[in-house]
Every structure is written in C-alpha cells, then in structure tokens.
Design a protein around this ligand. Structure first.
Ligand SMILES: [Zn+2]
Length: 85
C-alpha cells in the first residue's frame, strides 16, 4: 500500500459518509484543530487525541485504526498518509 492522499470533507458532518482517506476538521477545546478520519485502509471513521495542522496538513501523533478497525498504523504528513506496518 503506497501513500494515500488526504481529502478534507468539511461539506459533511456525518463521519459515516466519509470514504477512505477522507476527514472532517473540528475545533478542539484548546483551539487547535482535530480530524475525524476515515482510515485510509478500511474506511472506519476514527477520532483520537490528535492535533492537526491545517497549514502543513500534518497530524500528530500517528494514526492507529483501533479495535473496531483494521490495525492500520500510519503517519499523516504533508497531506499524505504513509503506512508504517
Ligand atoms: Zn482501518
């Protein structure tokens, strides 16, 4: 699996309308941005304690598709998901 391009979908508020690699931006309490992301591998919509930088389109820390998903682990950096394992 190669790199997958991030697509921001602020036209929807329903996480289950997202396709693989798509995400919705939201505002966190501390005024930074977060993302609800549909896993680039299985499409399961996940949100976590991630901080998203809209300028660089980079997420920290890495994305893990958890117990209900496919165990995908990857980094979102400069608008691309890059799989670790
Ligand atoms: Zn997944």
């Amino acid at each position: 699996m190669g790199k997958v391009l991030l697509k921001i979908r602020n036209d929807t508020v329903n996480r289950f309308d997202l396709n693989k690699g798509e995400a919705i931006e939201y505002n966190r309490n501390d005024k930074t941005k977060g993302l609800i992301i549909a896993c680039p591998q299985c499409g399961y919509p996940a949100s976590g304690p991630h901080e998203y930088d809209p300028e660089t389109q980079t997420l920290k820390p890495s994305l893990i598709c958890g117990a209900e998903g496919c165990n995908y682990h990857g980094h979102l950096k400069n608008r691309y998901f890059d799989k670790v394992k």
